[in-house]
Design a protein around this ligand. Structure first.
Ligand code: NAD
Length: 396
């Protein structure tokens, strides 16, 4: 088939296998050029098929020579329909890793389930013995708990209606969004889905099964962001979940450190991923941020962020953390000059001058790339088979 993007709002219904493979190749090349570091040897990545989790997998393999087991939720391709981008990313990454002699396997299914935790333990025991790093990078709209109850996560403010500028991703025009506050039940649901509980269940199950090394490092990803986005992010329902995630890290760190292990949260920068595209206001903010960081020579995508995190902040003599014990790679984003410039642009933009201040092409280029579109050297008019196998993967 000839595969073209089919975009609906912040979703794309198709993905291009060769484009995704090209994108993976570019990220591997970046890590190889950026240099090796003395990091983990055997890594479990939960949510390792796109975004920050995928970058963690690529960096630990090609930067630190690690074997990786990925857990992610994917749509397999059929003859008529393309697979999810995570499917094609995983196929391409594992092919490239194996070609260079690295172990790489995936378990495709629901990370929140008990069955997946049990299967992962079985595979680690059989193939790797133990892992010395666990990356938790799941971003999901809902979670079905071990007891069968399904919880939903929301992107809403707390305590009052939130009104702000946003970009309408269908028209590329400014709009005012007005979001009703989350109910107590919705806040609880969001904490269940995006808080620390499932991460802790993973670490406890892996620890009880004896498949973690004593000096294991586990890391999950969080976001703080500026005042501009606080009401919808850090002070909103998702922010409560992130506070819970960070509390979980501190609690797990106290336990793991008794044997020489560590649990961290890393605060990463805002950038275009499938998860962030769904948050009102954030795409416009990211687009303004990206241009300013590019001008300063400090723009980073997932792979640059994670390579810097692992190589310069985490796998150094002593991990570099803030006063709350968190690793920070949101430093360029949060710099005062960048934030005051964003504030002034934000206050100036209106329907008439939008294109003067905001280049939405920067957003869309990144968005298309997530699905394997817009990569140099890929012939998007050529016939392509949607059917790509992930060798050795186990679908649960
Ligand atoms: P993403 O959408 O690119 O990746 C999410 C991953 O989770 C994918 O691999 C997906 O397959 C997996 N997943 C989702 N539901 C699953 C399930 N039920 N079972 C197994 N796997 C499942 O998202 P991302 O932006 O890379 O987010 C990862 C983490 O980074 C999140 O905690 C997010 O809050 C955090 N973060 C993101 C940003 C940002 O701007 N994108 C910034 C800072 C922190």
């Amino acid at each position: 088939m000839i595969i073209k993007p089919r975009i609906r709002g912040f979703l794309c219904a198709t993905a291009h296998p060769e484009g995704c493979a090209k994108h993976i190749g570019e990220q591997i090349d970046y890590v190889k050029a950026n240099g090796k570091y003395d990091g983990p040897g055997k890594v479990l990545v939960i949510g390792g098929s796109t975004g920050y989790g995928l970058a963690s997998r690529i960096s630990s393999t090609f930067g630190s020579g690690a074997a990786t087991l990925n857990i992610s939720f994917e749509k397999a391709p059929t003859e008529k329909k393309t697979g999810s981008p995570g499917w094609y990313n995983t196929a391409a990454f594992e092919k490239a890793a194996k070609a260079e002699g690295y172990y790489a396997k995936s378990l495709i299914g629901d990370a929140f389930s008990k069955a997946m935790k049990e299967k992962a333990i079985e595979v680690i025991k059989e193939d790797l013995g133990q892992v010395d790093m666990v990356v938790y990078s799941v971003a999901a709209p809902r979670r079905t708990d071990h007891d069968g109850v399904t919880h939903q996560s929301v992107l809403k403010p707390i305590g009052g209606v939130y009104t702000n500028k946003s970009i309408n991703l269908t028209t590329n025009l400014l709009e005012e969004v007005c979001i009703e506050p989350a109910s107590e039940e919705e806040i609880e649901g969001t904490i269940k889905v995006m808080g620390g509980e499932d991460w802790r269940l993973w670490i406890e199950a892996l620890g009880d099964a004896g498949v973690l090394t004593d000096d294991v490092t586990t890391v999950a990803y969080s976001y703080v962001g500026p005042k501009l986005t606080h009401a919808i992010y850090r002070a909103g329902a998702i922010g409560r979940a992130k506070e819970d995630l960070e509390k979980t890290a501190r609690e797990m760190n106290a336990v793991l450190s008794q044997k020489g292990g560590h649990a961290y949260v890393a605060i990463n920068k805002a950038l275009v991923t499938q998860a962030s595209s769904a948050i009102p206001v954030i795409p416009l903010y990211i687009t303004i941020l990206k241009k300013l960081l590019e001008e300063k020579g400090q723009e980073e995508g997932c792979i640059e962020q994670i390579q810097r995190l692992f190589k310069e902040k985490l796998f150094v003599d002593e991990a570099i953390v803030d006063e709350d014990g968190r690793l920070r790679v949101d430093d360029y984003e949060m710099a005062e000059d960048i934030q005051s410039e964003i504030d002034s642009i934000w206050n100036s933009i209106n329907d008439d001058n939008l294109s003067e201040y905001v280049d939405m092409k920067l957003y869309w280029d990144d968005f298309y790339k997530l699905f394997g579109f817009g990569l140099d050297g890929v012939d998007y008019d050529a016939e392509t088979s949607s059917l790509v196998d992930i060798e050795d993967s186990i679908v649960l």
